[in-house]
Design a protein around this ligand. Structure first.
Ligand SMILES: [Zn+2]
Length: 414
């Protein structure tokens, strides 16, 4: 195996940065309210550009399927099929229209000042201090940058470009899939798993250099419906049972210390996301998150216990609790094939980076695909500050992502 560990060499031999800058200029913000797939036209525009870039790199059969998924193949010299995925869309949380990327050369460690008074300060984003002397790419302060996940897309294109130029580098057949609507939770809904045909795949959608994810939250959602007794308020004494009052008490009894704002790292939480209804009948949604399946199940039982306690206090009140499964931690599946995470760790180390195994406090497309039988850990892109105007990436970090993918491809040929 030839270890790729020199980002300067990658930046020189590929159009990595040029491609990244072209991709971020296309507005691909996804839209939860849209029912089409992809949810926005900009994602198709980026998809078409990628098909033409993949064709120019000489990949076989690059194409856009009927749902906006981009697929392509690079035949290999070793057996097996290895997949790489990244997502086309940017987060609905902040504008991705008219992104004007700014390059800050030879970064000196000072705060980066953008328009609208936006400052990217090493005090809040300490990874910047690991990028002294690098070229940092940011937006101009009015939009997000879109390194999440156009850095992942560019890193994969960089991988393919290097492999095309170096046919001596041994690798299995590579399948690439760029997916729409990850940020609105629909990235894998129409994922062409059969056509993709990979034995193992990686999403390139992680954060700063060295990060790898083999673990996500497990997630359930509790829908709690309160039915009271309706009465004219003028004659309600002793008769009315106000459903809203009890929903308020229910929400107040969720443990404050186990909320998203009070937890981090491996601690799970309860989080009320939505409530609607009136005095007669109302409903609250509470999402439950935990890394441990048993603790998650217990969170569901604790919700039910709070509901029962309210009914005990007011027997005329009716409370129904429905627990819906959302997604599951991919760790259990990946632990059955420990070589997958081990190879990723080795690929990062071969780029002379310290691997950082971080649990994802959320779900990933990879977790959904893992649940459907295709193991898919996640690997870093090099970006930071995702989903807002303080998003940034160093070109060296981006190239290190490509180095890691090159090492990973070779390790799958062993
Ligand atoms: Zn992402």
């Amino acid at each position: 195996m030839r270890a790729f560990d020199d980002p300067a060499e990658i930046l020189e031999m590929t159009r990595l940065v040029e491609r990244f800058l072209a991709y971020v200029r296309i507005d691909t913000q996804s839209d939860e309210a849209s029912t089409s797939c992809p949810s926005t036209a900009g994602q198709l525009e980026l998809g078409r550009l990628l098909v033409s870039d993949l064709a120019a790199l000489g990949l076989t059969d690059p194409g856009l399927d009927e749902n906006g998924y981009v697929l392509a193949t690079l035949p290999g010299s070793a057996p097996g099929v290895l997949g790489f995925c990244a997502h086309l869309d940017t987060a609905p949380a902040f504008s991705g229209k008219d992104v004007r990327p700014r390059l800050h050369q030879n970064y000196d460690g000072s705060p980066i000042r953008l328009e609208n008074g936006v400052v990217i300060d090493p005090a809040d984003s300490p990874e910047l201090l690991q990028c002294l002397g690098d070229t940092i790419i940011t937006a101009d302060g009015t939009t997000l940058l879109g390194a999440d996940d156009k850095a992942g897309i560019a890193a994969i294109l960089g991988l393919l470009e290097v492999l095309r130029a170096h046919p001596d580098v041994r690798h299995p057949t590579l399948r690439v899939c760029f997916t729409p609507d990850e940020e609105v939770g629909r990235g894998t809904r129409r994922f062409p798993l059969e056509r993709f045909g990979a034995d193992v795949a990686f999403t390139v959608d992680g954060g700063f250099t060295g990060e790898m994810n083999v673990e996500t939250f497990s997630a359930d959602k509790a829908i709690v419906t309160f039915t009271g007794v309706a009465e004219h308020p003028g004659t309600a004494k002793g008769k009315l049972v106000n459903a809203l009052t009890y929903m308020g008490r229910f929400l107040a009894r969720l443990p404050a210390a186990e909320s998203p704002e009070c937890t981090e790292k491996r601690a799970g939480f309860f989080h009320a996301t939505d409530a609607q209804g009136d005095a007669a009948r109302c409903r609250a949604s509470v999402i439950l998150r935990d890394f441990e399946a048993a603790v998650l199940a217990d969170r569901g039982r604790r919700i039910e216990a709070v509901a029962r306690a309210l009914v005990a206090e007011e027997p005329r009140l009716k409370v129904e609790v429905e627990i819906q499964q959302q997604y599951r931690n991919m760790r259990a599946e990946l632990e059955r094939r420990p070589e997958i995470a081990a190879r990723l760790e080795r690929a990062i180390a071969a780029a002379r980076i310290e691997p950082r195994i971080e649990p994802v406090r959320g779900g990933t497309d990879g977790a959904q695909l893992t649940a459907r039988g295709l193991p898919v850990p996640n690997v870093f892109t090099g970006g930071c500050g995702f989903h807002g105007p303080r998003e940034w990436i160093s070109t060296r970090a981006l190239a290190l992502s490509t180095c890691t993918l090159l090492n990973l491809a070779q390790l799958h040929a062993e």
